[in-house]
Design a protein around this ligand. Sequence first.
Ligand code: AMP
Length: 163
Amino acid sequence: MIDAAVEQLLRKEKKSYVIPADVVANVTATNTLEHAIMVLSKVGYSRIPVLDADDHLQGMISLAAITNQLLQVPGAAVDQLSNYTVADAMLPIDHWVDDPTKLETILNYLIDEPFIPLVDADNVFQGIITRREIFKRINYLAHNLNNYFEVTPLADKTGQTEK
Ligand code: AMP
């Protein structure tokens, strides 16, 4: 369980830490890998979500997954990228949340993932929660904890306080 005081400060800023779907770069499974690599290069991210025509979250595509797909084709060259689609290289979604207030889950997932997709109950993509947005809140917490709470070290069993 996240400490209530910590959770309260992580949520202090009114602005949501969710980057809304309309500003998240994405591709569809039917796009060619050539298109996907162009989008990834343009936005400068190594991994973006794959959505279907109705905005359902389908997977992830990354530069590494595209390279991996190319390496499986004997003699493949970059000009072959237009012969394959995102579906050929798409990665499964390992972690996602359907509720942006599930901070404990989000923090756990962000240990291993640079961002977590947010979907609604019908798996329609709502946006992403990134390490950067959460780190901004943690930075605020680290600098402001004692402006909101009195933090006193607990005495250990010998009566000494923790160093
Ligand atoms: P950050 O914590 O800002 O470095 O973002 C972590 C990851 O989230 C990036 O490497 C991208 O894979 C993804 N990401 C962040 N912002 C966007 C965006 N606007 N569109 C697509 N993917 C994004």
